[in-house]
Design a protein around this ligand. Structure first.
Ligand code: NIG
Ligand code: FE
Length: 414
């Protein structure tokens, strides 16, 4: 099946190679004005200026021609950090917080992560799949074209496996690439509050062997945070996962600078995610490494925390990506358009930097840099076609408007 897009006012993210972007290169977002894009069998087959198109092709040769009216075309979002598989919602805790309750008070009543965990333990695998699949359908319409999904609300052998099997089913059915991350170490179950090693042993001896046997995960994640998992515990769990071929992608420096970044970099993690609280040592450690710092502005926004220091990280040559952190507790939205706006408005990222961080660098944070994240021959034709808008900067500027006219996934309009 051949599809041709013509009359593209701006073709954004058009590249011949797909490097991980850092420092000044993050603001370089190649654009072709008045362009065409040719799709064959779901992949990008050719692109360039309309002038080159007229020299090279005769339009009637193509099966399906979509003439665009002043639209901008860009690569679909690559959301490299989500907790998309969860049961129910937690808006009652949201209201409790508005009424003055603290996170600790809510947690003491069995709220927070443990609230979602008890819902996961009760729900059937089929029902969990349906709820999660419906969320993914919504995100696809919002332009998400590749996604990472974590477990971590199970916290028992049976429930963690239930979550991971749901992720596997989503991956098998989905038209977009899905990466799976095992986050058994999200918190400690109540019965292991005073026996951390007991639960870590369960992760290592009872969960990991089954996960590896059934090929249920690509990555291993730990919530490395004061009051949750220490850097030493994080390292022990990650190394056990690494022995089964799972690379680390860890929750680091969300609430405290408690050594998460240093642990991730030491382990050669694909990414360290959150980074709301970065001290000098964490920044210098990340700057010299190939580990990607994934910033989650929607979580900082929802929890009313200071935003991630994106400008400083860019200045210090860290490779950064943007992701949604979609989860029922700290970021109940997977809208990457909002993430990009938030990055510009609150973190002073330039539109070009934010779009690169949410596409190509997001793809690298899932090791999908050769498959998605830019307009490059041979990559999946996963694209966002905007409504007529005056400029690229209008996208993050007009936050809250839905500026997407169409989303193309694997070459098909959804
Ligand atoms: O990434 N920080 C840890 N975990 C989630 C939130 C978990 C929850 O409250 O459900 C996050 O923000
Ligand atoms: Fe998270």
């Amino acid at each position: 099946m051949t599809t041709l897009l013509t009359g593209i006012r701006k073709l954004v993210g058009a590249r011949t190679d797909s490097p991980l972007l850092r420092g000044d290169s993050l603001r370089i977002l190649p654009v072709i004005d008045d362009a065409f894009l040719l799709i064959e069998n779901g992949l990008i087959a050719d692109f360039g200026s309309m002038q080159r198109f007229h020299q090279k092709y005769k339009a009637p040769d193509f099966r399906k021609i979509i003439e665009l009216d002043n639209a901008i075309v860009l690569p679909a979002w690559c959301d490299s950090h989500t907790h998309l598989v969860f049961a129910g919602s937690r808006e009652s805790e949201f209201v409790d917080k508005l009424n003055g309750l603290t996170y600790a008070e809510i947690a003491a009543r069995g709220g927070g992560i443990l609230n979602t965990a008890s819902k996961i333990q009760e729900i059937s695998e089929d029902e969990l799949f349906i709820q999660s699949w419906n969320r993914l359908e919504e995100l696809k319409k919002l332009g998400t074209g590749a996604i990472e999904i974590k477990s971590g609300y199970g916290l028992t052998v049976e429930s963690e496996l239930k979550m991971l099997r749901v992720i596997k089913r989503i991956r098998e059915k989905s038209v977009i690439p899905v990466k799976s991350t095992f986050l058994g170490a999200h918190t400690f179950p109540a019965e292991f509050k005073n026996d951390h090693q007991g639960y870590i042993d369960k992760i290592i001896n009872e969960m990991l062997p089954v996960i590896a046997g059934e090929k249920l995960a690509d990555y291993i994640d730990v919530f490395c945070e004061t009051g949750f998992y220490s850097p030493e515990e994080t390292e022990e769990i990650c190394r056990a996962g690494m022995a089964y071929g799972l690379k680390p992608k860890i929750h680091a420096n969300q609430l405290h600078a408690s050594g998460g970044v240093q642990t991730g970099v030491k382990l050669g993690a694909v990414s360290v995610d959150h980074l709301e609280t970065m001290d000098e040592d964490s920044i210098s450690c990340l700057s010299g490494s190939s580990t990607i710092g994934t910033l989650l502005p929607n979580a900082a926004f929802f929890l009313r925390m200071a935003f991630q220091p994106a400008r400083l990280l860019i200045e210090k040559n860290c490779a950064i990506a943007l992701a949604s952190d979609f989860n029922p507790g700290s970021a109940p939205s997977g809208n990457m358009n909002l993430v990009v706006s938030m990055a510009c408005i609150q973190m002073k990222m330039l539109p070009e930097e934010a779009i690169n961080a949410a596409t190509l660098n997001g793809a690298h944070a899932m090791e999908l840099g050769n498959e998605v994240g830019s307009i490059t021959v041979g990559k999946k034709a996963n694209l966002i076609i905007t409504k007529p808008i005056p400029s690229l900067a209008y996208l993050p500027y007009a936050f809250g408007s839905n500026l997407i006219a169409h989303v193309i996934l694997n070459g098909e309009i959804i």
